[in-house]
Write a protein that binds this ligand. Sequence first.
Ligand SMILES: Cc1cc2nc3c(=O)[nH]c(=O)nc-3n(C[C@H](O)[C@H](O)[C@H](O)COP(=O)(O)O)c2cc1C
Length: 350
Amino acid sequence: MKLKSASCQLAYWEGGSLRIVNYLTRRMFSANPIALELIRFFFTPHTIHDALNEFSSYSRESVAQAILKLIDAQLLLESGSPEWQRDALVESSWKPWLPAGGFHFLTKDAAYVGGDWTVEQKMKVLPTTPAPPQFKTIGAADPIALPRHEIDPDSFFETLRARRTHRTFAKGKVSLASVSKLLETTWGVQGYLQTNVFGKLPYKTSPSGGARHPIEVYLMALRVDGLEAGTYHYQARDHFLEKLPVKASPRVARGYCADQPHVAEAAALFIMTGIFSRTMWKYHMARAYRVVLLDAGHLGQTFCLTATRMGLAPFSTAALKDSLIEKDLGIDGISESVLYVAGVGLAAGH
Ligand SMILES: Cc1cc2nc3c(=O)[nH]c(=O)nc-3n(C[C@H](O)[C@H](O)[C@H](O)COP(=O)(O)O)c2cc1C
């Protein structure tokens, strides 16, 4: 069996100790000089026997122990194993955005507060120091008071003002026509821009860095009148849904969103993923990772405003069980990864 050093490694100092983390698997390791030498050696695939020969000035036992610890920390991977293949996929598909792009993987599958925690329990995990000020005042001598404008009822401004995050919903179904309108308005193609260099680029209602539109959306229909409960991929170019072979239920929906109880009451979820290569192809600098997240944010706001305008009750959440969702959607979580979930129900009281 040959071992190879994981490429998804970041090293940093913490309190005088050198730590190495596999940012794909989020396993952390406290490194010592022999471990570093071993990691370097195994960047070319080798057997344990090769390493014992190479490091013969150390006792066989200490070398073997260090190798076992590195295997346990997933800093050494069995060449050709599924773990090695995932590691290689990150290295190949994220290359231009590494190492900064490691942030994406390091922050997946976070430990969330329990969905059934009381307010007191949640308060306990907050810092004991006061929250930072919510507004900044420079304290200039002559601040210039600005006029307030009247908001016309039934105007764009009224929709903006009416948008709220809803966490209670009526039990009824949302119509397929409404879901279709939400999809088309938020993620659908509104037209195309013909360019000399980049060919035909889609226009959507939200802006997207370089018109790369890296965000995909999957619909989890829970209570949609006229559509079988299930999870579907939305094909934005031609405005159609394709069903995935995966169970959709209020319990699954809640599980996807860090066990938040209100998610189980929603009529439909809109699960946004990013296909990073679309943006990366044009923008090689890691900063463009921010652009993918900003794009998802724009779509989230467009969705919430559209739903508000339609008299529906929208919400959004970034507290997600990434790997669970990605497995169900049949995506690898590397070239395409889940980013954001929006949802909708009938407004409570309807
Ligand atoms: C990126 C993002 C993530 C959010 N995640 C959650 C969440 O996990 N759970 C939740 O109840 N609300 C979530 N919210 C909603 C906020 O709590 C909400 O926007 C905020 O309290 C302000 O209320 P409003 O949306 O009604 O103006 C999220 C909002 C955004 C923009």
